[in-house]
Design a protein around this ligand. Structure first.
Ligand code: GLP
Length: 254
């Protein structure tokens, strides 16, 4: 199914999604060894990263010339903190493929905030654009840490997490302790993502994400649902287990 420039791929389970998206990313590396990727954290990309690691073991795909940028990093914790996105990326992907860690970039979560923001935006300009930007989506439709109401033109910035995101992340990653979840993050803006990505791949799996996917299927930009900014981009693929064949636009509008 296609809505504007967004192609939707229905996959019956996450194994299928992981396999499809892995093929996209590995295929890009084979096609262009010096590819630049924008990568996401969260539970969604983990099976994709596992599939990439398996491919590396079996097929020796060469990641040594690849550059990566991550969408975001918590603000106020060091890159050694077990819940930092730097540690997440190292443990779930980078340590298991032959990528050079020096070519993997995340915003800095401590230090001079203005400098960190500026440095990251400049580095993206220098090394980008991203051949593929891999996105997950929050239950409330956030992409990276651009929460509902964010500008669709925003650049890298320090952003405040909503209560909802803090609670979801507390449950998933901080043993339910929302006090331990940082309240801020440094995140690429929606504008950064849209303007620096040749192709965007959004992955959304499970019932908690259905509402966000429905908003995208409606096909209208809605500031309350940041992922609808993707309607502005010329090349987006969505991999989801949401069975959009049953989606009734009229029902949704009621
Ligand atoms: C975090 C990240 C997002 C991610 C979202 C969804 O808030 N900043 O980039 O897409 O979580 O996470 P999950 O995949 O665990 O549902």
């Amino acid at each position: 199914m296609q809505i504007k420039n967004i192609k939707f791929f229905y996959c019956k389970n996450f194994d299928v999604i992981a396999e499809q998206v892995k093929k996209r990313l590995v295929g890009q590396v084979l096609f262009k060894p010096r590819s630049v990727f924008c990568l996401a954290t969260g539970s969604t990309p983990i099976p994709i990263y596992e599939a990439i690691i398996k491919d590396r073991k079996e097929n020796y795909t060469d990641w040594s010339y690849v550059t990566t940028f991550n969408l975001d990093e918590y603000w106020g914790i060091s890159n050694k903190h077990p819940q930092s996105y730097r540690v997440f990326m190292n443990e779930n992907l980078f340590n298991h493929i032959n990528i050079s860690l020096a070519n993997t970039h995340l915003p800095k979560g401590t230090g001079d905030v203005k400098k960190n923001i500026n440095d990251y935006e400049q580095l993206i300009k220098l090394k980008g654009p991203f051949d593929i930007c891999l996105l997950g989506v929050g239950v409330n439709g956030h992409i990276a840490f651009n929460e509902p109401g964010s500008s669709f033109e925003g650049t890298v910035d320090k952003v405040e997490l909503t209560e909802e995101t803090i609670l979801v992340n507390a449950k998933k990653y901080f043993k339910g302790d929302s006090k331990k979840v940082p309240k801020f993050a440094i995140s690429m803006g929606i504008g950064t993502i849209l303007n620096n990505s040749r192709k965007i791949i959004l992955v959304a799996y499970g019932e908690t994400k259905f509402k966000a996917i429905q908003k995208l299927i409606i096909g209208k930009e809605d500031k309350k649902w940041p992922l609808t900014a993707l309607l502005r981009h010329r090349d987006v693929e969505v991999y989801t287990d949401y069975n959009f064949e049953n989606f009734s636009l009229n029902k949704q509008k009621e």
